[in-house]
Design a protein around this ligand. Structure first.
Ligand SMILES: CC(=O)N[C@H]1[C@@H](OP(=O)(O)O)O[C@H](CO)[C@@H](O)[C@@H]1O
Ligand SMILES: [Mg+2]
Length: 546
C-alpha cells in the first residue's frame, strides 16, 4: 500500500531543502529549536511527518513555526496533535529520526515510520500551519508547505498566529466545532463572549472599566490583541508596549526576560500599583507585575496565577455545593510558598510533574478540574467533559447565589483555552477574577510571599550524565551528586535545591530557594560547584552571582 506515497516526488522536492551535513537535532520539550538558518530541511520534513500523522490519526494536524522566547535569530517548529495537545512521544522519536536522516535515506525513513505506525497511506491529510513574527518564519513555513504538498497533503496556512491559537483551531477542527469555530475569529468570539458575561456579572461591584498594560515582547501577541480588542467592547482596554513597531523580538522584554531577571521590560512605564503583564514571543506564557508606592518591583509569576485561579474555582465549587475533584499541577520550579499555601491554607491537592507542558497537561487530565501552570507562566485549566456538561446544566437549574456561581463557572470554562496554555486567555481569566473578587493587584500578590530563589546554568561536557527521579527533584546519577546537594541544603533554612539537564538548552539547570535571597544565592552557587565537579563541568568554574 506504499504505492500511495510518491517517494519520487519527495526525493525531488527534498533536494530543494537539503540537509546540511553533520547537523544533528533533537525533537525536545518544545520541538526543534536552533538558529533559523539551520532549519530549512527540518521544516520540509516536519511537513512530511505532519502528513503521515494526519493520515494515521485521520485528523487535522497543526504545525507551528516559532522559537517562542528565544532570540530573534533562532527559530523552531512543533507539531500539534488532534485535540490540540503536544505531539505523542513515539512520534517525537520519528521526528528526530526524520530530521537527522541523510537526504538519500529520507524515503527509507518515511517508509519505515509508515510501516511501524500502520499509516493508512490512502487516507487524506490536512495540515494547518501557523507562524510567529520572526523575519525567518515566513520562508520556513513555506518549507513546511512544500513538505506537506510533496506527500499530497492539503494545507491551510493561517499565517501569523499565536501558538495557542493554532492549538485552538486544531482542536475545533477535530471536534466538529463543538469546542468553537475553527478560525481566529471564532477564537475571539468565544473568549470575548465569556469575558463580557463575566464582566457583566462583576459590574455589580462597581469598577466597570479596566485597563491593563501588556508587554507583547515585540511578538505576534501584539497583532492578535489588536484583533481581539474591538470584541471586548471597552470592558477591558489594552495598552500595548513592545508591540513590534520598533524593538526586537524578546530583546530586553517579554515574559521570560521579566521572570528570569525579576525586573520590568524595557519601555514599560509603571505608575504605582498599575497592573502590567508580559507575554512571550508566541504568546503562550504570561506573567504579571506591578510597582508599589515605594517603587519596588513585584513579580506575579505562574505559581501565583495558578493560586489565584485554583482558589477562585474552589470557592465557586463551594458556593455551588458541588464536590468535584480539583487538583493543581506544578513542577519542581514552583515556589515553595505557593505549594504550601495551596496545600495548607486552601486544602487543595497539589501534584508535581516533570518540566515541560506535556507532562503537566497529562497529569491535569486526571482531574474533574485540573489547574496546571509552570512557574514561568505557561498554563491553563482543563475541565472534564462531564463537568462541563454538569456545570452548564446547573447554571440553568439552580437558584439565586448558587445559580450565579454556576453561571460564572460556566463562563470561566469557556474563557480558558483548554487546548494549550495561552497568554491572551489567561490574561482575560485573571482580569475577570480580579474584577469579580473586587481585588487589587496587591491583594492578589498578598496571598503569600514568595520564598527567595535563584536559578543558574552550568555547562558540562554531556548533560545526559545527570538523570533524575521524583519529578526531577532528586538526582540519581552521577554518583554522589544528590548526597552533595542534600548536605548543602541542610546548611540553610526553608531550603530546597535540585538540578536537571535542560530539555531546550545545552546546560544543566540549578534551582535553589531559601529563607533569604542571600542564602538562596549561596546555595545555588554551591550546588553549581558540585555539579561542575561531579558532572563534568567545562569552561570556567561557576562564579558567585552576587
Ligand atoms: C526552568 C524552565 O523554565 N524551563 C522551561 C524550558 O525547559 P528546560 O527543559 O528547562 O530548558 O523551556 C520549556 C519549553 O518552553 C518550558 O516548558 C520549561 O518550563
Ligand atoms: Mg512560548
Amino acid at each position: 500500500n506504499l504505492i500511495a506515497m510518491d517517494l519520487g516526488a519527495v526525493t525531488k522536492q527534498s533536494a530543494l531543502h537539503a540537509k546540511p551535513s553533520g547537523l544533528v537535532l533533537q525533537y525536545g520539550t518544545a520541538g526543534f529549536r536552533t538558529k533559523a538558518q539551520h532549519l530549512d530541511h527540518v521544516m520540509f520534513r516536519m511537513g512530511l511527518l505532519a502528513v503521515l500523522r494526519s493520515k494515521q490519526t485521520r485528523s487535522t494536524i497543526g504545525v507551528m513555526v516559532t522559537a517562542s522566547h528565544n532570540p530573534e535569530e533562532d527559530n523552531g517548529v512543533k507539531l500539534v496533535d488532534p485535540l490540540g495537545e503536544m505531539l505523542a512521544p513515539s512520534w517525537e522519536e520519528h521526528a528526530t529520526r526524520l530530521a537527522n536522516a541523510e537526504d538519500q535515506d529520507l524515503p527509507g525513513v518515511l517508509e519505515s515510520i509508515s510501516v511501524e505506525e500502520a499509516v493508512p497511506l490512502r487516507q487524506d491529510a490536512i495540515v494547518v500551519i501557523g507562524r510567529d513574527t520572526r523575519p525567518s518564519s515566513e520562508k520556513l513555513s513555506q518549507s513546511v508547505r512544500d513538505g506537506v504538498a510533496a506527500l499530497g497533503g492539503q494545507v491551510h496556512d493561517l499565517g501569523l498566529l499565536t501558538t495557542p491559537q493554532l492549538h485552538y483551531v486544531v482542536c475545533c477542527q477535530n471536534t466538529g466545532g463543538r469546542y468553537g469555530k475553527a478560525t481566529t475569529e471564532g477564537y475571539y468570539q468565544k473568549l470575548s463572549r465569556a469575558f463580557l458575561e463575566l464582566a457583566k456579572q462583576a459590574s455589580c461591584g462597581g469598577d466597570e472599566h479596566r485597563t491593563i498594560k501588556v508587554d507583547c515582547a515585540n511578538g505576534v501577541g501584539a497583532l492578535k490583541l489588536r484583533e481581539l480588542e474591538p470584541h471586548l467592547a471597552q470592558a477591558l482596554s489594552l495598552q500595548l508596549v513592545n508591540d513590534g513597531t520598533k524593538g526586537k523580538l524578546n530583546h530586553l522584554c517579554g515574559a521570560d526576560f521579566v521572570k528570569s531577571h525579576q525586573q520590568p521590560p524595557q519601555g514599560m512605564e509603571m505608575k504605582s500599583s498599575e497592573r502590567c503583564c508580559s507575554f512571550d514571543g508566541d504568546a503562550d506564557r504570561i506573567v504579571y507585575y506591578y510597582c508599589d508606592a515605594g517603587g519596588r518591583f513585584h513579580l506575579i509569576d505562574g505559581d501565583k496565577i495558578a493560586t489565584l485561579i485554583g482558589t477562585f474555582l474552589q470557592e465557586l465549587l463551594l458556593e455551588i455545593g458541588e464536590s468535584l475533584n480539583l487538583g493543581v499541577v506544578q513542577t519542581a520550579y514552583a515556589n515553595g510558598s505557593s505549594t504550601r499555601y495551596l496545600e495548607e491554607v486552601m486544602k487543595v491537592p497539589v501534584y508535581c510533574a516533570k518540566t515541560g507542558v506535556k507532562h503537566l497537561h497529562h497529569k491535569a487530565q486526571e482531574f474533574d478540574i485540573g489547574v496546571y501552570f509552570e512557574a514561568n507562566g505557561h498554563g491553563t485549566v482543563l475541565f472534564s467533559t462531564s463537568v462541563e456538561t454538569k456545570i452548564k446544566q446547573l447554571a440553568e437549574e439552580l437558584e439565586d447565589e448558587k445559580r450565579k456561581a454556576a453561571k460564572i463557572l460556566g463562563n470561566m470554562i469557556d474563557l480558558f483555552n483548554q487546548a494549550a496554555g495561552d497568554a491572551i486567555s489567561d490574561m482575560l481569566v485573571v482580569e475577570a477574577i480580579l474584577a469579580l473578587k473586587g481585588w487589587t493587584v496587591q491583594q492578589w500578590d498578598a496571598l503569600y510571599t514568595d520564598l527567595p530563589n535563584r536559578q543558574l546554568k552550568v555547562k558540562v561536557a554531556d548533560r545526559r550524565v545527570i538523570s533524575t527521579t521524583d519529578a526531577e527533584t532528586r538526582a540519581v546519577t552521577p554518583p554522589g551528586l544528590q548526597e552533595a546537594i542534600d548536605g548543602l541544603v541542610q546548611k540553610y533554612r526553608l531550603s530546597r535545591a535540585f538540578v536537571r539537564p535542560s530539555g531546550t538548552e545545552d546546560v544543566v539547570r540549578v534551582y535553589a530557594e531559601a529563607d533569604s535571597q542571600d542564602s538562596a544565592d549561596h546555595l545555588a552557587h554551591e550546588v553549581s560547584l558540585a555539579v561542575f565537579q561531579l558532572a563534568g563541568g567545562i569552561g570556567e568554574r561557576p562564579q558567585p552571582c552576587f
